[in-house]
Design a protein around this ligand. Structure first.
Ligand SMILES: Nc1nc2c(c(=O)[nH]1)N[C@H]1C(S)=C(S)[C@@H](COP(=O)(O)O)O[C@H]1N2
Ligand SMILES: [Mo]
Length: 197
């Protein structure tokens, strides 16, 4: 059973396709520096920072967490959008609840195997559509698209979703990630065309 969350645009604008975007049926690959390699035997995913309990998962442990399948739209800041992507994974609120977020946590940094980072306010992460994804269209998430594990953020431009995500850090102060330090918008709302800062 998949949950169709493509209607979330109604919170932000009148049109499903944000202005300045064109729809593509392809799923282009965009990476700052190519696809990193990883060893399934020692791959781990970690949660740390302003939490009650820091967490570490192996791939198998992560796959055993409660998961869901969602149909989502995907908006790249360079101007293409892909509708109806089927993603399976674990919601951000599920992980946050397991770790127990400290009352003074206000911000989140996502860390990835290629050295990429991206940040969001905690409240923008505490939505079920912010998903740690390990399957795309019912298959293992392809390495170029961030396998074994990536984040998707359908309410934001896709650079807010770290491919090859290795950990999540809860912060008590805002910080900026890789593209946010290099001129892309810190807020990244596609229906407001928040592309650059
Ligand atoms: N780790 C990592 N995550 C990343 C990137 C990256 O370079 N490294 N690029 C971002 C950008 S700019 C976009 S548009 C999407 C692209 O995802 P895709 O290659 O699956 O289309 O991943 C985002 N996540
Ligand atoms: Mo992007």
């Amino acid at each position: 059973m998949s949950k169709d969350v493509t209607g979330l645009y109604e919170e932000f604008g009148d049109d499903r396709l944000p202005s300045g975007q064109r729809e593509t049926s392809r799923f282009p690959v965009l990476s700052k520096s190519g696809t990193p390699s990883w060893d399934p035997a020692d791959w781990t995913f970690e949660v740390w920072g302003a939490v009650d309990e820091e967490l570490t998962f192996s791939y198998e442990e992560f796959e055993d967490l409660p998961s869901e399948t969602q149909v989502q739209d995907f908006h790249c800041v360079t101007g293409w959008s892909k509708f109806d992507c089927e993603f399976t994974g674990v919601t951000f609120p599920t992980l946050a609840e397991m770790a127990g977020v400290d009352p003074d946590a206000v911000h989140v940094m996502f860390h990835a195997l290629d050295g990429y980072t991206t940040n969001l306010p905690l409240e923008d992460c505490m939505r079920d559509e912010v998903l740690f994804v390990y399957e795309y269209d019912g298959e293992f998430l392809p390495p170029d698209h961030g396998g074994p594990l990536r984040v998707v953020t359908p309410h934001k431009y896709a650079y807010k979703g770290a491919k090859w995500v290795s950990g999540v850090e809860f912060l008590t102060e805002p910080e900026r990630g890789y593209w946010e330090k290099r001129g892309y918008s810190n807020t990244a709302n596609p229906w407001n065309e928040e592309r650059y800062s």
